[in-house]
Design a protein around this ligand. Structure first.
Ligand code: UDP
Ligand code: MG
Length: 313
């Protein structure tokens, strides 16, 4: 029988894990005639009892496996570890907070099996439960990255998607250190079917993404999948040269015709500040790319494992 691996990244989720397990067990029970399951929980350096929950579950249920990191490496690292450990014919990643409803798996599996898709991905239709400011930023982020990146980023897309082994292997073949899954999923291609569902509220615990964490993740997405900001820096340079050229001509003519050499100190200071600011801004953009390149060349592991279900029983 075929097997589905479910990868579940967890960071301080002791309350949500039992609820998730209960919920996914219902789906597993419903689908047991068609397919078997393997649950791969990834502990992303939690400080609460997450790991103990994993140990308990894996003792009780032989289909539960887990990987525990030596510290918090972030959700991207946790998803990568899960995909690497997964042995199933199909693999899906899911949030443990039940914002990705497990019952959808039945339909997703059917779409792959019967309609021949390589991947069934989900997006949530509403963003209920998020602040106005977050919704606003999200909307503009997707507009901007959509305009400057060749890789398509779907607004509202969740990391919850069921993929064939072939697609998972394609994703694993991308060894980059700065991982941005939304881009990687889209980059590898394959036939993807999108299904939509109403946004769900978290069952327990709190969100692990602060505004700044999200903001820096958003920047990671841009630097990982677009080099347009670098072109932008060059364009601003050209624009400023042009303005300066026009101004030089105007000032020369003004001096020759009216002879007014000394006035204009305040405007000069403003210009110096403006040009200095723009230069620093552009250097900053280049710096971002340089920093990412620097981290890539170091070739550090994306995560470090401290314990798995087979290393400790
Ligand atoms: N998560 C993780 N490492 C982190 C942050 C989050 O493994 O550093 C996990 C978290 O436990 C959850 C999933 O990623 O299962 C999504 O996080 P969360 O629900 O907090 O994000 P939101 O749904 O609010 O965007
Ligand atoms: Mg969530």
């Amino acid at each position: 029988m075929e097997k589905i691996s479910v990868v579940i990244p967890c960071y301080n989720e002791e309350e949500a894990i039992p609820l998730f397990y209960e919920e996914i067990s219902k789906t597993i029970e419903k689908m047991k005639k068609k397919v078997t399951f393997e649950l791969i929980f990834v502990n992303d350096g939690s400080k609460d009892k997450t790991l103990e929950e994993f140990r308990k579950l894996s003792k009780k249920d032989k289909n539960v496996r887990y990987v525990s990191f030596s510290r918090n490496f972030g959700k991207e690292a946790a998803m990568l570890a899960g995909l690497e450990y997964a042995t199933g014919d199909y693999v899906t990643t899911m949030d443990v907070d039940l914002q990705d409803p497990p019952y959808l798996l039945e339909e997703m599996y059917r779409l792959i099996k019967e309609e021949g898709f390589d991947c069934v991905a989900t997006k949530s239709t509403s963003r209920n439960g998020y602040s106005f400011f977050r919704k606003f930023c999200t909307k503009w982020y997707y507009r901007i990255i959509g305009a400057i990146s060749k890789t398509e980023m779907v607004a509202g897309a969740r990391d919850f998607r069921l993929m064939t082994r072939q697609m998972v292997d394609a994703i694993l073949s991308m060894k980059e250190y700065n991982r941005y899954s939304k881009g990687l999923f889209s980059f590898v291609g394959f036939d993807t079917k999108w299904i939509e569902f109403e946004n769900q509220e978290r069952v327990a615990g709190t969100t692990k993404w602060s505004f700044w964490k999200l903001f820096s993740y958003a920047l990671d997405g841009i630097t990982a999948f677009s080099t347009t900001p670098l072109v932008l820096a060059a364009l601003i340079g050209v624009l400023f040269c042009f303005i300066a050229f026009v101004m030089i001509i105007v000032i020369i003519l003004k001096t020759v015709i009216w002879g007014d050499p000394v006035s204009g100190w305040p405007s000069l200071t403003c210009i110096v500040f403006l040009v200095g600011g723009v230069q620093l801004f552009c250097t900053g953009i280049i710096g971002q790319y340089l920093a990412k390149t620097y981290l890539e060349t170091k070739n550090r592991p994306v995560y470090i494992v401290k314990e798995t279900e087979s290393s400790k029983k």
